[in-house]
Structures are given as structure tokens and as C-alpha cells.
Design a protein around this ligand. Structure first.
Ligand code: AMP
Ligand code: ZN
Length: 137
């Protein structure tokens, strides 16, 4: 896709700090990392978000996450990794080419990616699950 920066990286029209490549996937370092070693994994074929992705790529993505995640652990010495994937502006997606963030984590590193919310009651939570089950069939 012409005006997509991650397509440009895939096509070699923009530079990147590439760390992994396969027939279907590319991984490179995030330019503005949450932590050093923060890596982005993308499908080479453009799609905007999970709603446009071919699920057949799923096994490749999981295998790559495992391999790249282990490399990040070995190189950075991190003791944990967050895998984050944003869909839509309200979810924080700034680049409209599907990508997964692999973010190294260290004890006491102070990153707060997951502030906790609450249901008012178990009834409210059960009602939400019921609605989702209905849609999911
Ligand atoms: P998101 O907010 O989930 O869309 O994440 C987009 C990420 O892409 C951000 O963390 C940016 O720092 C990163 N980013 C944007 N442009 C580049 C680039 N040219 N090379 C590497 N990372 C980039
Ligand atoms: Zn793209």
C-alpha cells in the first residue's frame, strides 16, 4: 500500500532495524521504544488490523513471537514480555498496518500498561458474557 510506512519498510523503501524476516513476516525495532529491545512484528502483506487479517497467518505469527520473544529475553535479560496489539485510534493504533509489539519487561520497571477496571457486580459481568456468547453463537 502506497502511503503505509510499514509497507515501505517491507519493500525496503524506508530503513528499519530489522531483526527477523520470513516469507510472510518481518520484525524490526520500534523507533520510540517503551524499553530497549521493543520489537514490532508485522505481516508483510498489508492489512489494517485484526479485522482484515487472514487467520491462516496465525501459526506463523505465534511461532515468530516465540522465537523473537526468546531472543529478546536472551539479549536484554528481561524477565517478562508484553505482547500488545492495538486496533483503532481509540485503542492507541497510530500506524494502520497490523503489528504486534513485543515489549521487554523488568522487575520494578514502572511501566503501567494494564490499569485495572471493575464490573459493578458479578451480575453485570455475567450479562456481558451472555451477550458475547449470543453473538459468537
Ligand atoms: P501503534 O501505536 O500500536 O500503531 O504503534 C506504532 C508504533 O510504530 C509506535 O510504537 C512507533 O514508535 C512505531 N513506529 C512508527 N514509525 C516507525 C518506524 N519508521 N520504524 C520503527 N517504528 C516505528
Ligand atoms: Zn502497510
Amino acid at each position: 500500500m502506497d502511503d503505509c510506512i510499514f509497507c515501505m519498510i517491507t519493500e525496503g523503501k524506508l530503513p528499519s532495524s530489522k531483526v527477523f524476516e520470513s516469507d510472510t513476516l518481518l520484525a524490526f525495532l520500534d523507533l520510540n521504544p517503551c524499553q530497549k529491545g521493543h520489537t514490532l512484528l508485522i505481516p508483510k502483506k498489508h492489512c489494517k488490523d485484526i479485522f482484515g487479517v487472514d487467520p491462516a497467518i496465525g501459526a506463523d505469527v505465534l511461532a515468530a513471537m516465540k522465537t523473537i520473544g526468546q531472543a529478546i529475553k536472551d539479549v536484554t535479560g528481561c524477565t517478562g514480555i508484553n505482547v500488545v496489539q492495538n486496533n483503532g485510534r481509540d485503542a492507541g493504533q497510530m500506524v494502520d498496518h497490523l503489528h504486534w509489539h513485543l515489549i521487554p519487561r523488568f522487575a520494578g520497571d514502572g511501566l503501567d500498561l494494564w490499569p485495572q477496571g471493575k464490573y459493578d457486580s458479578m451480575d453485570e459481568m455475567n450479562a456481558m458474557a451472555e451477550k458475547l456468547r449470543k453473538v459468537l453463537g
